[in-house]
Design a protein around this ligand. Structure first.
Ligand code: ADP
Ligand code: MG
Length: 209
């Protein structure tokens, strides 16, 4: 199965619903080790995105991802706006010229997005950030692709690894972003950004099954 432009649009619109539904969860997680705005930030960003898509929907995959990047950068403050903005900007470049995404293209999309977040935020694995969910997800997707997995299996493997990576942030001490100001007191809490990153992958797995 390959994905077309409408499948990508459906993922982005589903993310708006998912982040609205998880607004309180993400904000509560951020209240424990940050400033209680992560859910609000993503809800605002993806609501703005859907408003933009309703008004002016790009005709191709790259354009959709580019509009997502620009909208998130414009409407989402804090760390997450530029980081997820960079994810979608790099994802857009990875999809340049593609009308359809085959399994390797989907893995390349997530790989490029993760790379953008790492370059922008400079977080290494283990520093209690969204990277701790996304990096294992990308590795699991690459592994599944290498094993000849189909798109649905690849995304399922990615979502599961993201969930495990998200849970693994609980005992970590934050080394990046606002939570790092707490030092050892950040231990024992699940990272909000790792949680929103899990939702990003999980929603793709659900929409693109
Ligand atoms: P802010 O911390 O500015 O209020 P958000 O609350 O929206 O922004 O996002 C917080 C999340 O951003 C954290 O949970 C963490 O996962 C992520 N984050 C913060 N700094 C970095 C970084 N340098 N690299 C990757 N992710 C980061
Ligand atoms: Mg915050």
């Amino acid at each position: 199965m390959a994905l077309g432009r409408d499948d990508v649009a459906a993922w982005l619109r589903a993310l708006r619903v998912v982040y609205a539904e998880n607004k309180t969860l993400l904000t509560d997680l951020d209240a424990a080790i940050g400033d209680a705005d992560h859910g609000i930030n993503l809800d605002r960003g993806f609501s703005a995105l859907v408003a933009e898509l309703d008004k002016n929907a790009p005709a191709d995959i790259r354009g959709l991802l580019q509009t997502t990047a620009m909208t998130l950068i414009r409407h989402v403050g804090g760390a997450a706006g530029p980081l997820y903005g960079t994810f979608f900007l790099r994802a857009a470049s990875a999809c340049a010229g593609k009308q359809r995404l085959e399994a390797p293209d989907v893995v390349a999309l997530f790989e490029a997005g993760l790379q953008g977040i790492v370059e922008r935020g400079k977080a290494a694995p283990g520093e209690k950030t969204m990277v701790d969910a996304l990096a294992p997800a990308v590795e699991a997707m690459q592994r599944s692709l290498g094993d000849g997995g189909r798109l649905g299996d690849i995304l399922q493997a990615g979502a599961q690894a993201a969930e495990e990576g998200m849970k693994a942030t609980i005992p970590m001490e934050a080394r990046k972003g606002r939570a790092s100001y707490l030092g050892p007191r950040s231990v024992g809490h699940q990272d909000p950004g790792a949680t929103s990153a899990w939702l990003l992958v999980k929603t793709a797995a659900e929409r693109w099954r």
